[in-house]
Design a protein around this ligand. Sequence first.
Ligand code: CMP
Length: 334
Amino acid sequence: MNPQKVKNGPNFMQQVNKKKHVDCALSSNSESSDDEVDEIIAIKKDVQKQRFSVSAEAYGQFNKKENFKAKFIPKTKEQSERIKQRMQAGFMFSALNNKEIEIVVGAMEEKIFHKAEYVIKQGEEGNVLYVVDTGELDCFKNYGKGDIFLKTYYPGESFGELALLFQSPRAASIIVKSDKAILWQLDRETFNLIVKEASIKKRQQFETFLENWDLLKEIKDPYDKLKMSDALFEKQYKKGDVILQQGQKSNEIFILEQGKVSVNKNNQKLFELIKFGEYFGDQSIVSGTVESFTYVAEDEIKLMYIPKKSYSSTLKEIEGTLMKNIQTKYGKYL
Ligand code: CMP
């Protein structure tokens, strides 16, 4: 592997073959040298270690919450609505209730950046998180051998949470790609007391699943795995409930947590899903068609789900496997 170094700022960076670099940097299947494998193992360990320290620190914060006076920056109604819209688009704030959303919106501060400006520099201290309002920004990470392009951030996405969650230096650099970017900045204190608590609870709720779902083993970047929990939700159904109807387009990818789901076609039962981690609703999301089967709860069941809007930021990387699995699982019935 020979990751290209960032030499001349964003113009050079934009030419980088993005997908290839991420694969090279993070895939344990690529022809990595021993050093690189060590590097990847170190990142994984770091994320695991950080997860535990986060919990301890967050619980220390709980009793401070009652005395907390959140920062409040006056905004027009239009600005507040826009921030809410942006917050709904991503998953960093998905665990917040309405009151918490109001506090966070009040504390947000508008920041404007221009092309090629660094919003965040890897290694520096960080005290704020950003939500993208308009514009696009590129994220690069230096694993020790030069910067590697990781991803582009679009409106509604947020970044800069790791330094706040883990009290660590910035783990990557973020540079403005478009002519201009308008960002909403959230201070550490509001983040710690409002967003972090909700987000940690959510991560703990799905921890077992994240460690055990086979498909996630294919997601190479430990950071991406960690973020999966923000995009996961839970639903319960009663015996006989139709979860998803043949001929419909699904709005979610459902993952079986507990119970039995029957798979039916033209009112005929074909088979049952009974194992933890079996999933459905992916057919129409991955291939853009309608669902070929009706899924019915056979008893009291618990499902996790990933909303369609989060598909490209969570599972897109393993689209090939999902496609292949659709054929393996359902091919003979399609
Ligand atoms: P933070 O470390 O505070 O600042 C840099 C940000 O880049 C980081 O938070 C994340 O929000 C974002 N980022 C995106 N991808 C990664 C990655 N693979 N590793 C670390 N940070 C990442």
